[in-house]
Ligand binder design. Structure first.
Ligand code: SF4
Length: 431
């Protein structure tokens, strides 16, 4: 049986798509193996969100070529969409597929197997609702990503996603539900709704929240909304999260990006700081034990030391469980590329480090706030120290010591202590 490997850069959506592509390759007889060596076909699913991402994607392609001599090399995804045949300059690349074409990977691979010359296919991205070819068997996973949407119309000034992934479009409901049913049959306990701008999902009269109701009706045990734009959620989300009969988990990842209005305007974000803070204040008040995360993009062109300090103080006060911190990186093609006021590299590094330290402190404080709580934890497997670990609904990672096998089980756990940033618990009962 020929072997194929995947190396995925970038976001959760890219990971979701790699899983789907892997299934389609299984459908034409491939076994999926590690990218570290021994593959006949290596797929690199790229990211182009910053100049650094491009560099990382290129380095990965070269490293994978070295580790898999003689393998067919397919470079797919966002960087392929943006650069197209320029990527042949790397040498040794057999297949370049853009954002739409990568979902037809299996048929392009069959063309290569039939002796076709190296192929590049990275055309305009289709508009309108889309479907995903559902082939092959799902592996048993505890948490599975379910792609419901792609692309974005928001045109934030720092972001190239609208070019790399096209405008917002939703997955057709029937096709999405068919995958959800397949995942349920294979034993999946949690579905993580993924997309670029999830709040823009609309198909067959459903929006994001009514879609969660529909999935609840199928019997999905847990539903998690991955990162979602702050202005796109209505307050109905709180009702569902606090209803113990609804499987929507009490977790929100709402990218704030900056906590100063001048910078938010330059970024072309669609809210000001006060609006964002008001929304999360409501969320915290209405949803018991909510887990709240955010993205912060620091050192945007022209961000002064005073503005950074003001933003730092503001995010310190907000009830976040964690932040993902990104340093601003100039991205050719993004609107912000021409903005003046680049922050010096050493200052960028300092701002990133301070925010990441603050995030670590918040993570620890959140974990401590959970001591004594009973949380339903979905166990995924053992860590290298042979302790079982899984995630609670609010995304707290919990570890337990037990001789029982817990893979893919939801257990009620009492959080007993936090040590070195890790929450430890004791199983109370199976749910
Ligand atoms: S909302 Fe803004 S940052 Fe997010 S994908 Fe759309 S343009 Fe990019």
């Amino acid at each position: 049986m020929p072997k194929a490997s995947f190396y995925t850069l970038g976001c959760r959506l890219n990971q979701t798509e790699s899983n789907l592509m892997a299934q389609s390759l299984k459908g034409i007889g491939y076994e999926i193996t590690s990218f570290k060596g021994g593959a006949d076909l290596c797929v690199i699913n790229t990211c182009t969100v910053t100049g650094q991402s491009d560099q990382k994607s290129r380095q990965s392609i070269r490293a994978i070529q070295r580790a898999n001599p003689g393998a067919l090399i397919a470079v797919v995804g966002c960087m392929s969409q943006m650069l197209g045949e320029e990527l042949f300059e790397i040498g040794g690349v057999d297949l370049i597929l853009g954002t739409s074409e990568k979902m037809e990977l299996a048929s392009f691979v069959q063309k290569l197997q039939a002796g076709a010359e190296p192929i590049v296919a990275a055309g305009p991205i289709a508009k309108g609702a889309f479907t995903i070819d559902l082939q092959g068997q799902h592996l048993l996973q505890t948490r599975a990503n379910l792609k419901i949407q792609d692309g974005c119309d928001f045109l934030c000034s720092f972001c190239i996603i609208p070019q790399a992934r096209g405008r917002s479009r939703s997955r057709k409901l029937d096709n999405l539900l068919a995958e959800a049913e397949g995942l349920l049959r294979s034993g999946v306990k949690e579905m993580v709704l993924t997309g670029v701008n999830l709040g823009e999902y609309h198909d067959s009269g459903l929006d994001l929240l009514s879609l969660t109701d529909r999935l609840a009706g199928l019997g999905v045990p847990r539903i998690r909304i991955s990162s979602v734009e702050p202005t796109t959620l209505s307050e109905g989300v709180f009702e569902r999260m606090k209803d113990p009969r609804h499987p929507l988990l009490p977790y929100l990842h709402l990218p704030l990006q900056a906590a100063q209005d001048r910078i938010l305007t330059l970024m072309r974000r669609r809210y000001n700081f006060a609006q964002y803070a008001k929304f999360i204040e409501k969320a915290i008040n209405l949803v018991p034990n909510l887990g709240l995360g955010t993205d912060l993009l620091t050192a945007f062109p022209g961000e002064t030391a005073e503005e950074f300090e003001q933003g730092f103080a503001r995010v310190r006060e907000l009830p976040f469980q964690y932040f993902h911190v990104f340093p601003y990186a100039r991205r050719e093609g993004a609107r912000s590329a021409g903005m003046v006021g680049e922050v010096p590299a050493d200052e960028v590094a300092t701002r990133v480090e301070r925010l990441r330290d603050l995030s670590d402190q918040k993570r620890e404080a959140f974990a401590r706030s959970q001591v004594g709580q009973g949380l339903e934890v979905l166990f995924e497997g053992k860590n290298p120290h042979q302790h079982w670990q899984g995630y609670a609904g609010n995304f707290l990672r919990v570890q337990v010591k037990t001789g029982e096998a817990l893979t893919n089980q939801i257990q009620l756990v009492t959080v007993e202590k936090v040590e070195q940033n890790k929450a430890w618990g004791r199983i109370v009962e199976a749910v």
